[in-house]
Design a protein around this ligand. Structure first.
Ligand code: NAP
Length: 208
């Protein structure tokens, strides 16, 4: 699978690119700046360039730019992305005096994204941290993926299943991204409270 990682210069994108590279995926990392994307790609031993350049020919686009830039970035790249499936990994969280909170009351970022572009959208991997992805260990975690369109959900489940030691689980429609994105606030809170790198693991699910 040919995977284009938008914002592949960031902590999450670089860790994802390195892990997928080691698994034999064909990877490209992108940046707002062609040169920066090219340099990060060269460091990682994958292709690199501008966000717009790297979506060309991709089977799956991972939208891994900073969360508050995710929708605008996708809108700007709407034509370049076309109908290539997109996996959204973003969560909106608020850091407040009373704690780390989900930033959205209603629609998720992924649902807003799906309305902004033509491409089918899946959402997931919010609970898989960049630090864990960058480790050499097989992650003792499940990965939850939701989406309304199998053209995005299926490649996203396939990719997620290779990243973790647990299962890549179909978490239903894209609206369930509201829960996945909000869970990031819970995980970050737990990480802070217990100095942890928490991931998710669901119990009681029979083998396929
Ligand atoms: N970090 C984690 O552990 C983790 C875990 C799960 C999911 N995620 C999600 O993964 C995504 C990336 O997280 P991250 O921690 O890697 O973020 P990050 O390092 O803050 O940002 C990633 C990349 O976004 C690009 N960017 C920054 N501001 C931008 C803007 N205004 N417009 C367009 N692009 C911009 C930058 O690339 P250029 O400057 O090269 O363009 C940057 O390298 C987020 O949506 C986050 O919610 C993160």
């Amino acid at each position: 699978m040919n995977v284009a990682i938008l914002g592949g210069t960031g902590a999450f994108g670089r860790a994802l690119a390195a892990r997928l590279r080691d698994l034999g995926f064909d990877i490209a990392v992108g940046s707002r700046d062609h040169q920066r994307g090219w340099e990060r790609g060269a460091e990682l031993g994958v292709r690199g360039g501008s966000n717009e350049e790297i979506v060309e020919g991709a089977d799956l686009v991972v939208l891994a730019v900073k969360s508050n830039a995710a929708i605008d970035t996708a809108r700007e790249l709407k034509r370049a992305i076309g109908t290539t499936p997109v996996l959204c990994v973003a969560s909106d969280v608020l850091f407040t005096d009373s704690g780390i909170l989900p930033a959205r009351d209603e629609r998720s970022l992924a649902e807003e994204l799906a309305e902004a572009i033509e491409a089918p959208v899946a959402s997931g991997l919010q609970s898989v941290s960049a630090i864990d992805l960058a480790s050499k260990e097989l992650l003792d975690q499940d990965a939850l993926i939701c989406g309304d369109d199998p053209r995005a959900k299926e490649p996203a489940l396939e990719l997620a299943g290779k990243l973790i030691g647990g299962r890549a689980l179909d978490a239903g429609p894209l609206a369930n991204s509201r829960a996945l994105e909000a869970m990031t606030a819970v995980i970050l809170t737990v990480n802070k409270r217990y100095r942890a790198h928490a991931g998710l693991r669901l119990t009681g699910i029979p083998d396929k």
